[in-house]
Ligand binder design. Structure first.
Ligand SMILES: Nc1ncnc2c1ncn2[C@@H]1O[C@H](COP(=O)(O)OP(=O)(O)OP(=O)(O)O)[C@@H](O)[C@H]1O
Ligand SMILES: [Mg+2]
Length: 442
């Protein structure tokens, strides 16, 4: 036993560079061997020059400390970065034996690109300047394979504060790094998934909100008419002599407004893809005429001159009558409200229709109101955009949806001073319902 131990210590000494003057190489974890090595080296130290002694002394201490450590590469560098000690953990992690690596520069453990960018030198400089360098990165083993290293470099100074070398501890944390990467990747995937879920939830909420708001917006008018005709009927009933004819007329209007309300609901259901309201041949001129007729009182109250320029041979379009009526009604009412601000010129509402080629008709609603700032024109079609105290900001959003639903396009132009022009083009032949449905859900 004893002989074996002595022999091992001798081997270790032989393994040190230049006649055994280098630091001890701790290769065995047997404490008796270590003790023997330490005694030998301590004796050698006494005879060595002072600076060397100090460095050697540090090496011995480090060797004692690291002897039993296999999971860490622990080694020392001289002040230029050359390797002067090497533990068994270093051999295990990096693949070089002690003899192979002694006096080589530690930069050989770095990747080509890290070497080119001067990382090894920077690490030593940083350690010398700040007392420590810590970092992680890819390092290269003897066989060329790479591992993810966690590195700590500490400078070593002699008693007079002179830098004499570095202590370097490297740990192979590839598994942790891969686990971390995997975790980060999974986290990213989870985040992406969560944001998709959130978007879908928001979309659903938006849809519910939009549908609710659309219903409120569209039934407001027929409900107001129902209430007005109900009140009128009560008023006529209270009169003496009883004005039965007037009562009957008011109740008939009330009933027809009720039907209109239910048609509006059908239109909304069709708009959101749930109704089975069939498209029919619709005469757009007739719709415009009807809207202007029912807005007669408002036009008069607002002192507006309504001028219709309706094409005499306008082909019918395939569409939803109530929906197209809602578009004209919204555009006309926006124009009426806008012209409230017109005091220096005539308040004129123009509604024009004309065939455009063989398969499209165009409709234009123009007013002499204050117009719309051209920079804000795109925004007015957004849901809930309004500049009115009582507005819901839905009229134009609904109009655009309906027109697109019919395969057309609604646009607005204005110079921001002398009025606005809203126009839409409608294809005569309706677009395929399935195509629309997939467009709407895309
Ligand atoms: N003819 C117009 N002239 C000037 N501004 C207009 C005209 N039409 C629309 N706008 C502007 O566009 C905004 C949005 O119009 P939209 O019809 O969508 O909503 P609203 O009229 O404000 O409210 P509501 O939902 O009750 O119709 C208006 O608030 C107004 O600022
Ligand atoms: Mg409006």
């Amino acid at each position: 036993m004893k002989r074996r131990r002595v022999k091992t210590a001798a081997q270790t000494r032989r393994a040190t560079p230049k006649g055994g003057d280098g630091p001890i190489i701790a290769r065995r974890s047997n404490p008796l061997i270590l003790q023997k090595q330490t005694v030998v080296l301590t004796r050698k130290l006494a005879a060595a020059p002072k600076a060397e002694q100090q460095l050697e002394h540090s090496s011995v201490q480090l060797a004692v400390l690291v002897q039993s450590i296999k999971d860490y590469a622990i080694y020392m560098l001289d002040r230029d970065g050359r390797i002067i000690s090497w533990n068994s953990g270093a051999e295990r992690i990096k693949g070089y034996t002690h003899d192979e690596i002694m006096n080589h520069h530690f930069s050989r453990f770095y990747t080509d690109s890290d070497r080119k960018s001067g990382l090894p030198t920077q690490a030593l400089r940083h350690a010398a300047a700040y007392g420590k360098f810590e970092g992680e990165g890819w390092r290269v083993r003897k066989d060329g394979s790479q591992f993810w290293a966690s590195v700590v470099i500490n400078p070593i100074h002699n008693d007079s504060g002179m830098l004499i070398g570095y202590a370097k501890v490297t740990r192979d944390v590839t598994e942790r790094h891969q686990a971390q990467n995997l975790l980060e990747q999974k986290n990213k995937e989870l985040e992406a998934f969560a944001s998709v879920l959130k978007r879908e939830r928001d979309n659903k909420l938006m849809n519910v909100q939009a549908i609710t708001a659309t219903i409120a917006h569209e039934v407001r008018q027929p409900l107001a008419a129902i209430a007005a005709n109900g009140s009128a009927a009560l008023r006529f009933l209270a009169k003496t002599p009883l004005e039965l004819e007037e009562v009957r007329a008011a109740l008939k209007r009330l009933i027809s407004d009720t039907h209109r309300t239910s048609e509006v609901f059908d239109g909304i259901r069709a708009l959101f893809g749930e109704g089975n309201q069939k498209r029919k041949q619709v005469d757009v001129n007739e719709i415009i005429f009807g809207v202007i007729q029912s807005s007669r009182k408002e036009l008069r109250d607002h002192d507006i001159d309504a001028r219709l320029e309706l094409a005499s041979k306008l082909p019918p379009v395939e569409g939803h009558r109530r929906q197209l009526e809602a578009v004209i009604d919204n555009l006309v009412h926006n124009a009426i409200e806008a012209m409230d601000a017109t005091t220096d010129r005539d308040r004129v509402l123009r509604v024009r229709t004309r065939p455009s080629g063989h398969d499209v008709i165009t409709v234009a609603v123009q007013d002499s109101g204050p117009g719309i700032d051209p920079k804000r024109i795109d925004g007015i079609f957004g849901a809930f955009f309004t500049t009115k105290s009582h507005g819901m900001g839905l009229g134009l959003a609904i109009c655009r949806t309906i027109i697109e639903h019919h395969g057309g396009q609604l646009t607005a132009t204005s110079d921001g001073k002398t009025g606005s022009l809203f126009q839409f083009a409608l294809p005569i032949k309706s677009i395929d319902e399935t195509a629309w449905t997939s467009f709407r859900h895309s």
